[in-house]
Design a protein. Structure first.
Length: 72
């Protein structure tokens, strides 16, 4: 899966327009990146990528690229 496809998954999860996010986008700048989005991120990481994600790990993410790196 390409990074563009992973970004599309994130945009869909956050209900954002396609092309809104890039790897450099800071998570704090995304209004929709709230506690519900973080729960969705945990579920998506497990279901789509088979990766268990903890709240502690989420707190280390600063950019969209950090999430993409975690997903591999």
């Amino acid at each position: 899966m390409t990074n563009e496809e992973k970004i599309a998954i994130l945009e869909e999860m956050l209900e954002l327009e396609n092309g809104t996010l890039s790897e450099a986008t800071e998570l704090l700048a995304i209004e929709e990146y709230d506690s519900m989005a973080k729960l969705s991120l945990i579920v998506t990481s497990d279901e789509e990528f088979g990766k268990k994600l903890s709240g502690e790990q989420i707190r280390t993410f600063k950019t969209v690229g950090d999430i993409l790196s975690f997903w591999g």
